[in-house]
Write a protein that binds this ligand. Structure first.
Ligand code: DQQ
Length: 517
């Protein structure tokens, strides 16, 4: 089983991705750091695990962590080791041989562990060290934890990268969230989509803190200001929800994510784990479970109110056969097939134009939970403007389909837009599947443009959608019985009363190769 992405980094022309992995089966356990390398984050080569239990400080497991490339171009990994008492301690590892281009072997210096929980802390809920950043003479890193039900992001400082001292105040903490896992803290630029090194800070920079919540199995982030010279405080920006209802990278199946700065293209890349939604016995039968979502570039929306995400441009090298439907009218109740592509493995990019917003349904302010609303108003429930979107992984006669769609409401001040990725009808299989109606609101001004875009990457059991240029992203895992391989179809549909038009472009997607082929 593969779970959390760990220590992603770019080093001397190679991307490294490590991840939590059980070499002994398709269930969680026996955790090591599996290791894959790539030149483009599309074509990969799997190497031997880089870090596995071998010392007292990690004998019961090598859990999640991060990589930092030091200024003298030396990578260091931080990870959590599970010690003989089942305590979670923070360790470091360095490449055995810096001239091996793949950095296959990693050594654990004898001064490990470098950070352990003190008496005031929870020794069995203290893990997932972040990438370090340096401001002035001090390196900093964060370790995620909890104090009772308060989520804690403990801050540590070091001058030499070996001796780490806990800061008097945590970087951040939030009541009633439960345990923070896999915290990620990174700078974003206030101007443009260029990524920043983790140590960047200054007037043109905001910071993002993302946490994964083990109680709910989803993540949320806030955007705020970081004051390294004033007690190392992170102050959440005005208007951001700092808790269970906060903004998410992804409103679907996406967890334990981690970003890194890619200096070769000056961008920040986000990796996330997407779990299976089938039963453990299915995983055992197929012999694997869990995958990494397609890496995404991530940057600050010009509004400053949220992040934007987009599949890395390299994914487009897999594009093959291309079809287009231009200015396609979709009347109420219509669905039209996008033919000529391999619908089980496809990249589709659509812009919907909405000539008239007057008939949008009124928005009830009590609808605060997008997922509940999508459950209530599925793709077949007629509205005024929408539902419209895609029927992905659909069987010819629509016994099975995973709709990804927008629905537009008239709100108090502007139109409210909902994006759903609903797996309720994804499979004729009745037992053993988790089929949620994932959804998120999309913060767009339709009254300005009368247009909204949707890009969806479909790969057999994975449907990854990017609404409105990456404002709202949703990943679903689905397991059709009929709509598989050549029997999978792709449709655009409209179940709103108002006619809309769609400009569709779709590409069949090739399978990636091994790195050097
Ligand atoms: N998975 C790891 C932990 C982390 C959790 C263990 C998140 O380090 O908190 O496999 O999925």
């Amino acid at each position: 089983m593969a779970t959390d992405p760990n220590g992603p980094m770019y080093y001397n022309g190679i991307y490294h991705l490590f991840y939590q992995y059980n070499p002994k089966g398709a269930v969680w356990g026996n955790i090591v750091w599996a290791h894959s390398v790539s030149k483009d984050m599309v074509n990969w080569e799997a190497l031997e695990p880089a870090i596995y239990p071998s010392e007292s400080f990690d004998i019961n497991g090598c859990w999640s962590g991060s990589a930092t490339v030091l200024p003298e171009n030396k990578p260091v990994i931080f990870y959590t080791g599970i010690d003989p008492n089942q305590y979670q301690v923070q360790n470091y590892a360095v490449p055995e041989n810096l001239s091996d281009p793949y950095l296959r072997k990693w050594v654990k210096p004898a001064d490990n562990p470098i950070v352990v929980a003190d008496e005031t802390m929870n020794k069995t809920a203290f893990r997932d060290p972040t990438t370090a950043w340096k401001i002035g003479g001090h390196w900093r890193m964060v370790v995620a934890s909890r104090r009772k039900q308060r989520g804690m992001a403990y801050l540590y400082r070091s001058r030499d990268f070996r001796k780490w001292i806990k800061a008097k105040h945590p970087l951040h903490s939030v009541p009633n969230t439960g345990m923070f896992e896999c915290a990620d803290f990174f700078p974003v630029s206030l101007s443009g989509d260029t990524g920043l090194d983790n140590s960047a800070f200054g007037p043109n920079v905001k910071h993002v803190l993302k946490v994964s919540l083990d109680l709910t199995r989803y993540e949320y982030y806030t955007i705020g200001s970081y004051f390294p010279e004033a007690r190392d405080k992170y102050v959440v920006g005005k208007g951001f929800v700092d808790g269970w209802n906060g903004l998410r990278f992804d409103y679907g199946n996406f967890y334990a994510s981690k970003t890194f700065f890619d200096p070769s293209k000056n961008r920040r890349i986000l990796w996330g784990w997407t779990n299976e939604s089938d039963a453990a016995q299915d995983d055992a039968q197929k012999g694997w479970a869990g995958l990494q979502a397609i890496p995404r570039k991530v940057w600050l929306d010009p509004s400053g109110k949220q992040l934007l995400q987009w599949p890395i441009e390299e994914i487009e090298t897999l594009r093959g056969q291309n079809v287009q439907l231009s200015n396609q009218e979709l009347k109420s109740g219509e669905h039209i097939e996008v033919k000529g592509i391999t619908a089980a493995q496809v990249d589709v990019d659509i812009t919907f134009s909405i000539p008239n917003l007057d008939k949008a349904e009124p928005f009830d302010p009590s609808w605060t939970n997008a997922q509940d609303l999508c459950g209530l108003k599925g793709s077949t429930v007629q509205g005024g403007v929408g539902p419209f979107g895609l029927l992905t992984l659909a069987s010819e006669k629509l016994e099975e389909y995973t709709p990804v769609f927008f629905r537009v409401f008239t709100g108090l001040y502007k139109h409210v837009v909902l994006l759903c990725s609903d797996s309720g009808s994804s499979s004729l299989r009745k037992e053993g599947l988790y089929k949620p109606s994932f959804a998120g609101f999309v913060d767009v001004d339709l009254d300005d443009t009368y247009k909204i875009s949707l890009r969806t990457l479909i790969d057999h059991s994975v449907v990854e959608s990017f609404g409105a240029g990456g404002k709202t992203c949703i990943t679903s895992r689905v397991y059709p019985l009929v709509a598989v391989f050549d029997d999978a179809h792709l449709f655009v549909f409209n179940n709103g009363t108002e006619t809309i038009t769609a400009d569709v472009e779709a590409w069949s997607m090739a399978k990636p190769d091994k790195m050097n082929n």
